[in-house]
Ligand binder design. Structure first.
Ligand code: FES
Ligand code: FES
Length: 173
């Protein structure tokens, strides 16, 4: 169609090259400037264990570790993570670092559909790295940003509490 100023069209199509270390692997990819990290991880890197729920920082389904800290991957653009170390639920699982949490979630039926579970595990690992023996109340507070719509929270809290105790050399029940 003539008569339109099309000089701005190219801007929307632009991509930016970013580089990350994802689960120990160095990767480079092209992303749109406004592409979220969760979309990049799921769609470009096929790391679909990180879930996109609310996409506004409220549900915790998209939690990953960025340079060792838990962050919402729906709230940052992929370009903002350029140069960072990213660990997703796949990497945390493969390394065995959360094996005890996974086993305890399984043992206590702390999941049903599993949609919230990767975020729960990333958050639980973050909590236990900051507080060796959290109280049930502290665990409940820490999970206040993680929505579970089918399991309920008691079994999840029980599982994290038991792992905290075991990691500190205590006995689990
Ligand atoms: S998808 Fe990121 S907090 Fe819900
Ligand atoms: S296990 Fe289904 S949302 Fe938590």
């Amino acid at each position: 169609m003539s008569g339109f100023d099309e000089t701005l069209l190219g801007e929307a199509d632009e991509t930016v090259r970013v580089r990350f270390v994802v689960n120990g692997r160095k990767v480079a990819c092209e992303v749109a400037p406004r592409e979220t990290l969760v979309d990049c991880l799921r769609e470009k890197l096929e790391l679909t264990g990180t879930h996109a729920g609310c996409e506004m920082g409220a549900c915790g389904a998209c939690l990953i570790q960025l340079d060792g800290r838990a962050v919402h991957s729906c709230l940052i653009f992929a370009v903002q993570a350029d140069g960072a170390r990213i660990d997703t639920i796949e990497g945390l699982s493969e390394s065995g670092v959360i094996a005890d949490l996974q086993a305890e979630f399984h043992r206590r039926n702390a999941l049903q559909c599993g949609f919230c579970t990767p975020g729960m595990l990333v958050n639980a690992e973050e909590l236990l790295s900051l507080v060796a023996q959290p109280s049930r109340e502290q665990i409940r507070d820490a999970l206040s940003g993680n929505y579970c719509r089918c399991t309920g929270y008691e079994a999840i809290i029980d599982a994290i509490y038991a792992v905290a105790k075991a990691r500190s050399g205590g006995v689990t029940t």
